[in-house]
Design a protein around this ligand. Structure first.
Ligand code: SF4
Length: 239
């Protein structure tokens, strides 16, 4: 069995607790115009972007980092949308679980419910992006059905979940909707982050256009303050 990935990042510090190994899986069913990993959107191999790796080889790579997991770390499956390859991943997840390695999924949650249920069997942590709640914008801008996201949200164990919000003109416009959602679903942790254009050269190679916008600091501050009224430990992170 193989997985299609773009990168294995060792010593990641922002993809869950402790020091982690992050696996970037290739293929996503959304099209966020600010995506920081545009090479992970298509499931096809695109020149230098993407390769297939056997589960055995991937597990060997992961186990090289095992000493660092004593920091409370482990493995994070990111992408792309990692849950789209959950069936191919399952035997690796079983093996990591047997070795008591902490498993995290970073997901946008726009996936069939059965994929999420399978991931839940093995996962210790979820990082869930909250991008756009307004149904029309959600469909038009990122290509997602918000009802699918909202239904999946109900299945999460919030004690094990971090929400992560990219600060865009769309999330700012949806502030009240996001606040309502947070009142209903309180995650253990909430993070927000500003967009960056560090992926510019990847967009150029892929011949795609990137959406980038600098949001004024006072608007970020105001958004952060509103969020902390509901989730006091809301953190502004750089990724
Ligand atoms: S869900 Fe993530 S990987 Fe997919 S397009 Fe959006 S930002 Fe990129």
């Amino acid at each position: 069995m193989t997985l299609r990935i773009t990168n294995i990042q060792h010593f990641s510090l922002h993809d869950g607790p402790g020091i982690r190994t992050t696996i970037f899986l290739k293929g996503c069913n959304l099209k966020c115009p600010w995506c920081a990993n545009p090479e992970c959107i298509s499931s096809e191999i695109q020149g230098e972007f993407g390769y297939d790796i056997s589960l055995e080889k991937l597990e060997q790579e992961i186990l090289k980092d095992e000493p660092f997991y004593e920091t409370g770390g482990g493995v994070t499956f990111s992408g792309g949308e990692p849950l789209l390859q959950i069936n191919n991943l399952e035997s690796l997840l079983k093996s990591l679980k047997n070795k008591k390695i902490n498993i995290c999924f970073e997901t946008a949650l726009f996936v069939p419910e059965k994929y999420l249920k399978k991931a839940k069997k093995y996962s210790d942590e979820f990082i869930v992006d909250i991008k756009i709640i307004d149904p029309k914008n959600c469909k038009e801008v990122i290509g997602g059905q918000i009802n699918q996201f909202l239904n999946n949200l109900k299945l999460l164990d919030l004690e094990k979940t971090t929400f992560r919000i990219p600060v865009t003109k769309f999330s700012l416009k949806d502030t009240d909707l996001i606040l309502d959602l947070l009142k209903k679903y309180k995650p253990k942790h909430l993070e927000i982050f500003e967009l960056h254009n560090l992926a510019k050269s990847k967009y150029e190679i892929l011949n795609k256009e990137q959406y980038y916008e600098k949001i004024e600091n006072n608007r970020i501050k105001e958004f952060h303050e509103k969020l902390t009224e509901i989730i006091p430990n809301t953190e502004i992170i750089e990724i």
